[in-house]
Every structure is written in structure tokens, then in C-alpha cells.
Ligand binder design. Sequence first.
Ligand SMILES: *Cc1c(COP(=O)(O)O)cnc(C)c1O
Length: 370
Amino acid sequence: MNHLPPAGELAARFPVHGQVPLRSGAEVSDIMGRLSFGVDFTDHMARAIHTRGEGWHDRELVAYGPLSLGPATSVLHYGQEIFEGLKAYRHADGSIWTFRPEQNAARFNRSARRLAMPELPVEDFLGSIAALVAADQRWVPDVPGSSLYLRPFAFASESFLGVRSAHEITYLVIASPVGPYFRKGFKPVAIWVSTDYHRAGPGGTGAAKTGGNYAASLLPQEEAYAQGCEQVCFLDGATNTILEELGGMNIFVVDADGSVRTPALTGTILEGVTRSSVIQLLRDHGRRVTETAIPLDGLLRDIRAGAVTEVFACGTAAVITPVGRLASRDFDLTIGTGEPGPVTSALFQQLTDIQYGRAADPYGWLYRLV
Ligand SMILES: *Cc1c(COP(=O)(O)O)cnc(C)c1O
């Protein structure tokens, strides 16, 4: 169980600043009819500023809208930025909940340390989300599989071209109503294994949620599209032989004997909240789960021999994504039947049932926002 303070108490840390113009009911219903990922945003955003000497201050909710930044703003040149992604789910009784937000808060601070940025108190991380969702609760959709996607982020907002950690950091949370990830049903994706590029290397920023890792993944992602694949899987930068993860999702392999493997956290992999939830659910359903090195050549051999029956990816946005095909310059393999396997499908059901309040929450993973 989590022992976090109630959301209402924490939300008081981020009062509404001034008169925030609100979209009309008609505009909101128009947007709620579309629900495309990351296109439309709610009326408010949460904000706090950190300055050297003063610490965090000016916590408030302001109108969602453009920022005014000098052309010398540090983040535009050196990429000192971190972010998080989590969702607010509306339950059948109208209440609004989020999933393991203290894990996102802790990871935000791990990312902050790696990027030489100030840590944000957990109460501020949770309070900013609670205040934003309470103010914009009419933006939390209720159609099945939909949610309000929350994007907390912080960046070097000091206007200075010197190369050092910025003396001013801006923290913001924006929110976008999103529909179900799988609009056309729970369809497996094809994955391109990149052998030319890496997203992270030893001692780098792979374990931090920072924009630079995504910047490094865009060219290989385009290569994947060009090969008819939806996602890229990266190999380790040191040996180019061991599976790491996708651009924004962790990966799992289900063996024919029912046991499950996922790449061990070596410092170059992002530790997903979904990943850790999946490991717990599988183990509590009696499966053996190992966090281990997964060499690509062994995986290809096992897929060909039928010793690997399912592969899936996971992350907050899509929850669980079945992988039906693994391809690269030297191979092109169908996994299992090419359709979502039973372990993958059951996990998707179990996780989303907890998130939407359709099943009990024995772990205390849910945190009530409204
Ligand atoms: C965010 C992210 C994930 C998934 O993390 P969740 O907490 O499950 O959403 C996986 N890999 C990378 C590179 C990420 O940025």
C-alpha cells in the first residue's frame, strides 16, 4: 500500500494564478471526440521555478500556452531536460486515479541527478499533478481505454550559452486527453532491430528519462519505418549483441516452458514502471521471471526453434504491445503465430483492469486524484 498524503492536501501547493480562460463546453466535447495522442491540451498547466540560492518557488497553475524564451536559453543548445509520462484514469463511479505516481516522482529525481538538475520534492511532483487534474477534471475522458496523459518535465531555462548546469530550471506539467492506444484492436507490431545505432552507452544517460535519448532514437526509428516496422529495438552499445529496449518501451520474452525474461537493468536501460508492474504480476501468477542478458543470436535461434512463443513491449502509453515480427538486415522472423499470445493478452487485461478500477488493487498501485 502507498502511504502518500491525500491528493487534495498536496494540490493546495499549486494554487491557480490569476484568471485562466477556459475553453467552452462545445470546444471540449469536440476535442474529446478526437482524442489523438498529444495534440490537444487542457486549460491549465502546473509550473514551478528553481533558481540557485532560492530553491523551488512560484508553484502555481497557469493558463496552458506558449512560453517566452530567449534564443540563448540553455536547453535549446545543450539539452538539459528531463521528463515523465503517466496517466489519469476515470473509473466507472466518476472518480479519477493515477497509477504508482510515487515511482514516477522517484524516477524524475534519478533523472534529475544524472542531468545535474535539482531534485523536486515528491510532494511537489504529486501536488502539481493533483492540482492540474482537479482543475481540469472535465478533460479526463470516460470512453473505454481513454485517459488524461500527464507530462511533467523540467528544463534549463536560464538564458546563458556557457556550458554548465543552468542556474534556473523551469518545471511544468501539461495534460492531453488521449484515446485507447490500440484503435484497431490489440494488434501486434513489427520491430526493427537496429545494428547501426544505439540509444545509450555505458556511463551515458540511458537510465534517465531525457529528451536526448529520444533525439538519438529518431533516425533509427525512421529506418524502422522505411523497413515496414513500427518500432526499433536497440542492442547494447558495448558489444552490439545484447537486447536492451525500444525507443520508449521495455521488452519481454516468453519462453515455451512458460517462464519470462526481460533485459536486466544495466544502467543503459530505462526502468519502466510498467516493466516493474509486469514482473510483479507475472511472479504473483506463479511464473518464473528473470532479469538477465538476452543475446540477440540466442533469441533468434529460440524463435526459429519455437522455444520462444511470445515477445511483448511495455510502457505507460500503450501498456502492453504484442510483437509479432522481429526483423533486421539479416533476418525477418514471425514470433509464435504472429497474433497476440495468451501471456501478453492476459497481462494487458490484468493491468488495465487495475488501472480502470475494474479489478481489485491488491498492491495499492492506485492513487486517487479526484
Ligand atoms: C518511459 C520509457 C519507458 C517506459 O516506462 P514506463 O514507466 O513503463 O512508462 C521505457 N523505455 C524508455 C526509453 C522510456 O523513456
